[in-house]
Design a protein around this ligand. Sequence first.
Ligand SMILES: [Cu+2]
Length: 279
Amino acid sequence: MKMSMGRIGQRLLGFAVAGVALAAGGAAFAELGQPAPWEYKLQEAATPVMENITWFHNFLFWLITLITLFVLALLIIVMVKFNARANPVPSRTTHNTLIEVAWTLIPVLILVAIAVPSFRLLFQQLDVPKADLTVKVTGKQWYWSYAYPDNGKFEFDSLMAQDKQPRLLGVDNEMVVPVNKVIRVQTTGADVIHSFAVPSFGIKIDSIPGRLNETWFKATKVGMYYGQCSELCGKDHAYMPIAVKVVEDQEFASWVESAKKKYAGAPASTFASAAGPAQ
Ligand SMILES: [Cu+2]
């Protein structure tokens, strides 16, 4: 089947309109703390680290776009201007010092412009500020356990809840933290390697047996935030979601009080191991 130029033009116009509509609609699809259908952007940021990740992502996106368009323009110029038909007598030019210095120096400057914000972001992620609260997160086949060593030493399991929304992300017992506080997350694996990841917080850290990894976040908005285990850990890897509830200070204090009672009888391996051998 042959398409006429008019038909091809119509098709291209159709694609362009669909693309613009998708880009314009993207913001409407975004929902704080969880993925949305047809989402193609990063989740909305809920921490200063994620805000910087988003900024860096956009910065690189536009830089790459400009470079690609520039190279495309050069290719087109070369194809039109320097083809054999347009130059029956070929030029014998070989060197141009100015251009050679420029095409060495400009890419170096571009890399430096990328390296500066990149390292700034890395240090922000890796330098854990003085923490207001520590939560120990243990990845297990196939659920998470959260331990609160600062507030009354309690620990509980968090399993995916079949009857909760959002589907595959809702859990029975959420991890609860106060808003605008630095939360230090210490994580380990009880059996195999898992990975604790919450996209809107900009954190993703491996939970490795026999090792305590550390990261941090400071959620600036109250709400529910969802993540998933991000290291293939066995048959139910896809069914061990992470749900973090960010609440006001007062609500957090009352949750701690009720959690202490609710989880008092639960097997607290984190604190039991300090007294005797862990199971
Ligand atoms: Cu896992």
